[in-house]
Design a protein around this ligand. Structure first.
Ligand code: CDP
Ligand code: CDP
Length: 224
């Protein structure tokens, strides 16, 4: 019988984590868990309630009375905050720019990580984020650290924006991505770093299908 393994995918913004994680999960019949969406949903609600984004106590209190749900759908994963569908709203520039501040707080991470561990406890999951291989799923059978040059990641984000009809400046996007990388890598708690036992995958010159194929073949080996 095939093993229900845990697959952890970490890396900086625009490396291709969520796109590839979704494909891999679908091909293996696993559940995809987008942890970034949880930090985005937390930031969404904090902004909505006018909570200061460095007020750890208030954010903790808010999270303890908030339901964040991830639901699979044919068009990808839907994200709900207290029953409200926020899937699109949490991708706004305002949220994106503010998430690292919220994600740097210990109490916020404690609550969301507990939820992530619970969701993954039975295996058969592909989870992506920044600290999955290093903290959330330390015993994951397969850990990938995915990256790409900052130019390529900005180019991908620009294409994403174009598809959504949002005009964007390449140099500005590049600077925003570099700043977010820096904040995620330099925070004290669970910074973005490659786990010792993670496999490094540079996706700069690879297509989505090529990356997915590489991970699928590694996963199948681990499942035997
Ligand atoms: O999709 P994208 O790479 O733009 O970002 P995301 O995965 O949605 O994550 C948004 C932000 O949430 C990151 O820049 C981190 O600040 C934070 N995050 C985190 O701290 N830990 C995670 N496991 C996932 C996301
Ligand atoms: O989740 P993360 O921020 O790491 O990246 P993503 O949202 O999965 O990917 C950002 C964009 O890059 C998406 O539009 C993907 O379709 C695209 N992409 C690509 O062109 N080539 C790859 N090898 C991976 C992703």
């Amino acid at each position: 019988m095939k093993k229900n393994i845990q697959i952890a995918i970490d890396g900086p913004a625009g490396a291709g984590k969520s796109t590839v994680a979704k494909i891999v999960a679908e091909k293996l019949g696993f559940t995809y868990i987008d942890t970034g969406a949880m930090y985005r949903a937390t930031t969404y609600k904090a902004l909505k309630e006018n909570i200061k984004l460095d007020d750890e106590k208030k954010l903790e209190e808010m999270l303890l009375r908030t339901n964040i749900d991830l639901k699979p759908s044919p068009n990808g994963q839907l994200v709900f905050v207290d029953g409200e569908d926020v899937t699109e709203k949490i991708r706004s520039n305002e949220i994106t720019a503010n998430v690292p501040q919220v994600a740097a707080l210990g109490k916020v991470r404690e609550i969301l990580v507990a939820k992530q561990k619970e969701l993954a406890k039975d295996g058969a999951v592909v989870m992506d984020g920044r600290d999955i291989g290093t903290h959330v799923l330390k015993d994951a059978e397969l850990k990938i650290f995915m990256s790409a040059s900052v130019e390529e990641r900005a180019r991908r984000r620009q294409l994403d924006n174009e598809k959504r009809g949002i005009p964007s400046d390449f140099e500005k996007l590049k600077a925003e991505i570099a700043l977010r990388d820096q904040k995620d890598m330099e925070r004290e708690i669970s910074p973005l770093v490659q786990a010792n036992d993670a496999i490094y995958l540079d996706t700069t010159d690879l297509t989505i299908d090529e990356v997915a194929e590489k991970i699928l073949s590694m996963a199948k080996e681990k499942m035997e």
